[in-house]
Design a protein around this ligand. Structure first.
Ligand SMILES: [Zn+2]
Length: 326
């Protein structure tokens, strides 16, 4: 028997090594890395766009990272006792501030928020209207939503949806096996689990977003509540935008993932891509994650961006306004 490695296996091995590096000692409950290989290979073959070809691989990295984040919350965070007033009193950008329509603009959403209060507060303190997409039923969901809302930042429900690679998606997940009543009950409970919520985007979801009927059910709930929808585009077969359009739900789709590669160099390259897209097409929508590397980068980069790059950072609502004003 000849020993050979397909790209999926190489990735799976790299993933295993990365997980070991992150945990220090590995996690006994982790599935063997090789089990992930077929799904990754299937996704890689199915997706023609190189920017998306690694979607399943990066989804898996995120799922592993979130498991570590969740586990870390067993130890309480020692946040300052009363930072709420302090944050409210700082001068804050207004989410709906009008922006000159001629100036190229990017919107930034940070996903997977809710496990860490400290990182969530770093996002709220960013000198730009960056949106927080908060996972339901996470330890700091309500506190961060309140503080972000008070600071004029956009708050979204980051709705877990079934992944084609069978990755863990966390509490409050929507699955293709659910009937309409089950899906609606779960979604409504998530939407009622913290306030404020202005819109929703999908966490994972490469399987569920490809299911038009399920997406129609989701969009009917959003339409009734007057919420917007952002398609994270974790699958090239996503039906979400079509369903949103059919239900009259205002929607946008992600253009660039900021931090698929968690290095300052790769994050900067992705950010530059977003700026170029915005200059070319007027707007671009960026999605990132509350990784330390991403927070460090945004804290350095966002102040004075318009002067340096000629591109504004605007709220998601402003991006939607520009789209629907046309
Ligand atoms: Zn997510």
């Amino acid at each position: 028997m000849t020993l050979s490695f397909c790209p999926g296996m190489v990735r799976a091995i790299m993933l295993g090594l990365l997980t070991l590096a992150l945990t220090g000692c590995g996690e006994p409950d982790d599935p063997p890395a090789a089990e992930a290989a077929p799904a990754v290979t299937e996704q890689t073959v199915a997706i023609p766009d190189t920017a998306q070809s690694d979607a399943a691989y990066y989804d898996e990295l995120r799922a592993r990272w979130l498991e570590l984040e969740r586990a870390a919350q067993a130890e309480p965070e020692h946040a300052p006792a009363a930072p709420f007033q302090q944050i409210v009193e700082e001068p804050q950008p207004i989410a709906s501030a009008p922006a000159a329509a001629a100036t190229p603009a990017i919107g930034i959403i940070i996903d997977d928020v809710g496990h860490s209060l400290i990182r969530g507060r770093r996002l709220i303190a960013l000198p730009a209207p960056v949106a927080l997409a908060i996972l339901p039923h996470t330890q700091s969901a309500q506190r961060l939503a309140s503080e972000a809302g008070a600071a004029g930042k956009t708050v979204m429900l980051h709705q877990p949806m079934e992944s084609g690679a069978a990755l863990p998606i966390g509490q409050g997940g929507l699955y293709a096996e659910m009937n309409r009543a089950e899906l609606e009950t779960t979604l409504q409970a998530n939407l009622n689990s913290f306030i404020p919520i202005q819109g929703l985007n999908n966490h994972m979801g490469s399987r569920l977003t490809s299911n038009r009927e399920a997406m129609d059910w989701v969009m009917q709930v959003l339409g009734a509540r007057g919420l917007f929808f952002i398609d994270s585009r974790t699958s090239p077969d996503t039906q979400a935008a079509f369903a949103a359009e059919a239900q009259g739900v205002r929607h946008l789709s992600r253009d660039v993932f900021l931090d698929n590669e968690r290095t300052a160099v790769a994050i900067d390259a992705a950010f530059q891509r977003a700026l170029e897209l915005a200059r070319k097409q007027g707007t671009a929508l960026v999605i990132g994650h509350p990784y330390p590397e991403t927070l460090d980068y945004l804290e350095r980069r966002l102040a004075g961006l318009e002067q340096v790059e000629g591109v504004l950072v605007v709220s998601v609502e402003e991006l939607l306004a520009r789209k629907y004003r046309r």
